[in-house]
Design a protein around this ligand. Sequence first.
Ligand code: CA
Ligand code: CA
Length: 145
Amino acid sequence: MSKVEDLLTAEEEAEIVEAIRLAESKTSGEIRVHIERSSKLAHYDRALEIFHLLKMDNTKLQNGVLFYLAVNDKQFVIIGDKGIDTAVPDNFWESTRDVVLTHFKNDDFKLGLVAGISIAGQQLQQYFPWEHDDTDELSNEISRE
Ligand code: CA
Ligand code: CA
C-alpha cells in the first residue's frame, strides 16, 4: 500500500462518512478520521497535532474523537478530547481499537473504520447523549495528507 488515495474507493469513503453521520445522530461527540502516508513524529504526538490542526479541541463539550491512521507505518491511534477523558474509564477506547486493528490486519480498512466508528458512537452515547440542539461541529469528511 503506497498511496493514501488507493486505500479506500470513493464508495468505501462514502460509507465511512455515513458511519460518522449515523454515530453522531446518537451522541453529541464529534468523530473525525485522518489518513496519511507516514509521519516522522511519534504517531501519538502526530495524532495530537492533527487533532489541534483540525480544531477538534474546540467542541462545546470537549468530546471530539480522532481516528488517526498512518498507512505506510501501519499505525493507528484514537484520540479523545479532555471532556471524554474525565468522564469515561481508562480503558474506554480499548475495545474500539481492538476491533479496528482486527480488520486492519486483514487489510480491510473500510470495515475497520466503519466498525470502529460505530462502536465509538455507541460508547460515547452513554456519556454524551445526542441533544435536540445538537449541531455538526466538525466535518464528517475524511481528512488526508
Ligand atoms: Ca454534533
Ligand atoms: Ca461531525
